[in-house]
Design a protein around this ligand. Structure first.
Ligand code: NAD
Ligand code: MG
Length: 399
């Protein structure tokens, strides 16, 4: 069911997506109110956001942060109550007052509250792609069982959603893509900052170079993923689940200008695309206002300034992470969960200066080889166990 007014929980409010979400929310106080804001770090930002948006709850990860935030909010005369821990994240994602949950925590840590929101039948604005990589089948089963409204926020998936036939977009598991005349999903990729960098210099890539994305401003983890093209790999898995697509119905197209955000090819030869400035407020506003449209504060696309749009095939030798993700999706079972966990450890190690950039795919491949066969993938507990095992295995290999 859609309603003009939404009461929101924003998971990961202090991050890049969280801040962009609040920017859109602030433009429409009559449409959106904030029930809860959550953040793991950047408590100063959470404090400021709590004063501005007056949520009923602010949720942090640990007691220490909770104590200090509570004292500061109290001193500032705020009515916001401070909670902490995973149980609190789940409570604010499932509370009856909440109609929509923005899932913008980074990494597998975002999965439990996002799944809880889906089970509770909320409108789920899904930025946290790792939820679908870790537990795609379970998550989509939960959405289908509860009637939750799932709106992709990842720019590519939001673009695909916008150009799919409405029947498929709203009930993707009622029929196949083929049934609605879709031949292929064309997932665009910017190619990241190292698309043309000489491959023999990849071992010298620094964290500062890797997080400096040419087109998008994002959190550190997804920026490194974009540089290795693991982000595109995770997005292939995300697309598989969101749109009930087979692997051979998803193609990756490198498009350095990041103006075409993705495309859908129909059986009659038509290709429909969604274009726009690379600004996450567009998909966020789309998800918040769906099925209506609102001004997102995004400047109009100037095609004359853009001048040209280029397209090229992805280079799997340069970016082995993309191939690893396709392989993990093909293998199924716990492989995507293991891939995701190993990638999180690898990216953190790279950002810490403990692993060279081109060591990221090497570590992930080794962890997949080490532990996938030991993992089951039937239940949520199985997947969480696979996630833990892969993290342990990756950490052991690093020391
Ligand atoms: P970010 O690092 O800027 O923000 C992450 C948020 O999650 C912060 O609020 C942080 O405090 C919180 N957080 C981190 N670890 C946590 C934990 N263990 N438990 C609870 N909260 C935790 O990240 P981002 O760029 O905003 O990305 C968020 C998600 O959205 C990611 O899954 C990313 O892949 C996806 N996404 C981001 C963009 C983008 O443009 N930034 C685009 C598409 C998809
Ligand atoms: Mg994306």
């Amino acid at each position: 069911m859609t309603s003009l007014h939404h009461t929101l929980t924003i998971l990961g409010a202090t991050g890049s997506i969280g801040v962009s979400t609040l920017d859109v929310v602030a433009r429409y106080p009559e449409r959106f109110s904030v029930y809860a804001l959550t953040g793991a770090s950047q408590i100063d930002k959470l404090f400021e956001q709590s004063l501005q948006f007056k949520p009923r709850y602010a949720v942090v990860l640990d007691d220490l942060a909770a104590e200090s935030l509570r004292a500061r909010l109290h001193a500032a005369g705020s009515q916001t109550e401070v909670r902490c821990g995973e149980a609190a994240l789940i409570e604010v994602s499932t509370a009856p007052e909440v109609t929509a949950v923005m899932a913008a925590i980074v990494g597998a840590a975002g999965m439990p509250p996002t799944l809880a929101a889906a089970r509770a039948g909320k409108r789920v604005l899904l930025a946290n792609k790792e939820t679908l990589v870790l537990a795609g089948q379970l998550f989509m089963d939960a959405v289908n069982a509860s009637g939750a409204e799932l709106l992709p926020i990842d720019s590519e998936h939001n673009a695909i959603f916008q150009v799919l036939p409405r029947a498929h977009r709203e009930h993707p598991y009622a029929q196949t893509l083929q049934d609605v005349g879709v031949r292929r999903i064309l997932l665009t990729a910017s190619g990241g900052p190292f698309r043309t960098r000489p491959i023999e210099t990849f071992d010298a890539i620094t964290p500062a170079e890797a997080v400096k994305h040419p087109k998008w401003s994002m959190g550190r983890k997804i920026s490194v993923d974009s540089a290795s093209l693991m982000n595109k790999g995770l997005e292939v898995i995300e697309a598989r689940w969101l749109f009930n697509a087979r692997l051979d119905e998803i193609s990756v197209v490198v498009h350095p200008q990041s103006i075409v955000h993705s495309m859908v090819e129909y059986t009659d030869g038509s290709v429909l695309a969604q274009l726009g400035e690379p600004d996450m407020r567009t998909p966020i506003a789309y998800g918040l206002a769906y099925p209506e449209r609102v001004d997102a504060g995004v400047r109009a696309l100037d095609l004359f300034a853009a001048g040209r749009l280029d397209f090229e095939a992805p280079d799997y030798d340069r970016f082995p992470c993309l191939r690893l993700a396709f392989d993990a999706l093909r293998a199924g079972g716990a492989a995507p969960a293991v891939l995701n966990a190993a990638n999180e450890i690898a990216v953190a190690a790279f950002l810490d200066g403990k692993l060279p950039f081109n060591g990221i795919p090497v570590l992930i491949e080794a962890v997949l080889a080490d532990c996938v066969t030991d993992c089951r993938a039937e239940t949520l507990a199985d997947l969480l166990a696979a996630d833990t095992l892969a993290r342990e295995c990756a950490t052991r290999r690093l020391t």
